[in-house]
Design a binder for this molecule. Structure first.
Ligand code: SF4
Ligand code: SF4
Length: 359
């Protein structure tokens, strides 16, 4: 059961804006047009102080800024939010995930000095100058590198996260060597689980990438080297052999909620509170009709979004409320048809876990 006093970590989506247009990100349609359902919202410093007042910040071990629909690097008050959190809790771990291609080296120096050594920033850099832009569309590689160098030179702990595709798998070792020369603390390979159609429940070898007019520009392909492929996607055939279909596996699998175990919750840029980013990700999917995904059904059955809005309601009350209760109840339903959430079966089931198998 979700209890306020067990919450140790907050994943905060401070904005749903971004300077980039990554083809497998929910904020745009296959890297082209912007997702028309986006709410275009942002949490200000005043919002964060209201949602996370000092007594909550004192309780936390970690806050990290990431999200489903935006990059915290473009958040209007991102630096000020980190300053508030650090001043309120000098010991907590602070972190952020970003493409690094926004703002100035001075801003990144201030961020490093604010986070200090108690936390890190994960930079999504999927290749080198000629290839990073094929996934991190619109990110200027040199600008990102100048920003990151400034962050590192001012004491920041930087992690390079490299999603491997067919077009950049030959550059992994070159990028690793560059990360060492620049002073990154860590270089991490990410084996994306997104070569998978959520609507057809089926893996795929490649995905089209659109331009700003919605025309096909090129294709992203899975890496050829099996060491760089997501192991859950490799298991698809075995699961179908055992259960008859992926859908039947999702009906039957036991759910072990990751964030309940780790005492973590997710807050979206509207201020809505979810058990995790995966449930929050269902809010504005471009391929669904607005407010029609399974998570909206649970929100509506639980009284509506005002009951999960931390800008209006205390976190303590939201965690005790119907929404969190209904999500937990759904795990014991016998099938997707009777209310088991597909997102929970897919993310926290026992055998097929694209997210866990990324690293
Ligand atoms: S940088 Fe992040 S938020 Fe921005 S488009 Fe890419 S994945 Fe989405
Ligand atoms: S997807 Fe469902 S089961 Fe998994 S962490 Fe989120 S709420 Fe928990």
């Amino acid at each position: 059961m979700y209890r306020f006093e067990n919450i140790k970590q907050i994943h905060l989506e401070i904005t749903d804006r971004c300077n980039a247009s990554c083809p497998q990100c929910a904020r745009n349609i296959l890297g082209g047009k912007e997702n028309p359902h986006l709410s275009k919202t942002e949490l200000s410093l005043a919002d964060v102080k209201k949602i996370l007042p000092p007594h909550i910040v004192h309780q936390l071990k970690r806050v990290f800024l990431c999200g489903n629909y935006g990059d915290p690097g473009v958040g209007k008050d991102t630096l000020e939010v980190f300053q508030y959190l650090r001043e309120t809790n000098p010991e907590m771990n602070l972190g952020m995930n970003t493409n690094g291609g926004m703002r100035s080296p001075n801003w990144w120096a201030s961020l490093a000095e604010t986070i200090q050594r108690k936390g890190d920033v994960k930079f999504g850099l999927d290749g080198l100058e000629d290839t990073n832009k094929l996934y991190r569309k619109n990110v200027d590689f040199h600008k990102a590198m100048d920003n990151i160098q400034s962050f590192i030179d001012h004491g920041g702990r930087a992690v390079w996260e490299y999603i491997v595709f067919a077009h950049n798998e030959h550059q992994v070792e070159e990028a690793r060597a560059l990360s060492q020369r620049m002073g990154f603390e860590k270089f991490t390979i990410k084996k994306t689980g997104r070569f998978f159609s959520n609507t057809r429940l089926k893996g795929r070898e490649r995905q089209e990438v659109h331009d700003s007019q919605g025309e096909i520009e090129y294709f992203l392909e899975k890496p050829k080297n099996p060491d760089y492929q997501n192991t859950s996607l490799q298991k698809e055939g075995a699961i179908i052999n055992e259960f008859g279909s992926l859908e039947e596996y999702l009906n039957q699998t036991q759910i072990q909620c990751k964030t309940l175990e780790e005492g973590s919750i997710y807050i979206s840029s509207q201020g809505y509170v979810f058990p995790c980013c995966w449930t929050g990700n269902q809010l504005y999917l471009w391929y669904n009709r607005p407010r029609s995904s399974e998570i909206w059904k649970v929100i509506k059955e639980s009284g509506g979004e005002e009951f999960i809005d931390a800008k209006k309601e205390k976190l303590e009350n939201i965690l005790k409320g119907k929404f969190f209760e209904n999500i937990q109840k759904s795990w014991n339903c016998s099938s997707l048809a009777t209310g088991k959430l597909k997102v929970c079966s897919k993310t926290c089931g026992q055998s097929f876990n694209q997210f866990k198998d990324q690293y």
